[in-house]
Design a protein around this ligand. Structure first.
Ligand code: ATP
Ligand code: MG
Length: 241
């Protein structure tokens, strides 16, 4: 893995995002400044409409800032070419969305392999996919299609897919939104484990207080601004409850 200056993965300086729809301007982010360092396990929380998804989309180079400066892995996203942004999304980032986004006709194994294929990874593709599924406790479901799995299992496949190529940063937008408490706990345990053991940085948005408890740092957005940014003194050992 290439080193980034001071291990800073994300540097936002007075980032604003304005959406224009039907002559209405929505100020989704109103001057967000922060730094996110390699190894963090960070929750972005806040009321509906406060800008969580917008922030994750900007960091994921899926959308462009309106004003301000956003550097991801040492590069100013605004000055990257379309190709460079696509490369970064493919090779350095992992995405987990609320609605799983699995391919319905593919098995769990094939879903993971397909993304590795897109990433140009041909070597040991099948083993890598199996390893990722194994890390999410899903080996016995490798040959099942999404409709043959529970929501919790599907979301774990989505995480396996996001981490199979060992990205530096995984962005997860409300990963536990459709899960009951037990499945949310299993999912977060596994994400937390990947963070600790593999050093993968996670930024996830959530409304769920049980999920917030796993975070080592919590940024609260209110109306497009950072309201509070709290780093917990010690990593809460949520596994020992
Ligand atoms: N593509 C878009 N076009 C216009 N307005 C948008 C767009 N995406 C988001 N918004 C607006 O920007 C604001 C922030 O939206 P965002 O989706 O970031 O909030 P959120 O914190 O993720 O909310 P939730 O908790 O409901 O997911 C909202 O007022 C929303 O209506
Ligand atoms: Mg959202």
């Amino acid at each position: 893995m290439e080193a980034t200056t001071n291990g800073i993965l994300v540097k936002a300086q007075a980032v604003t995002k304005v959406y224009h729809t039907d002559e209405v301007a929505t100020h989704a982010l109103r001057g967000v400044s922060t730094e996110i360092t390699a190894g963090e396990f960070l929750a972005v929380v806040g009321p509906s409409g406060s800008g969580k998804t917008t922030l994750l989309n900007l960091i994921g180079a899926l959308d462009a800032v309106t004003e301000g400066r956003l550097e991801v892995m040492g590069k100013d996203v605004a000055t990257m070419s379309k190709r460079q942004r696509a490369d970064m999304r493919l090779h350095s980032l992992g995405f987990v969305f609320q609605a799983y986004n699995l391919f319905p006709v593919l098995t769990a194994q094939e879903n993971v392999e397909f993304v590795l294929e897109l990433q140009g990874i041909s070597e040991r593709r099948s083993e890598r996919a199996r390893e990722a599924l194994d890390q999410l406790g899903l080996l016995e479901f490798a040959d099942r299609r999404p409709t043959q799995m529970s929501g919790g299992q599907q979301q774990r496949v989505a995480v396996a897919r996001a981490i199979a190529s060992r990205p530096r940063l995984v962005l997860a937008d409300e990963p536990s939104a459709n899960l009951d408490g037990e499945n949310a706990r299993i999912l977060l345990d596994m994400m937390h484990d990947l963070n600790v053991r593999e050093g993968i940085t996670f930024i996830f948005s959530t409304h769920d207080p049980r999920v917030i408890a796993y975070a080592r740092r919590v940024i609260t957005l209110v109306d497009g601004r950072i309201d509070t940014d709290v780093v917990k003194k010690q990593d809460t050992d949520v596994n020992k409850e």
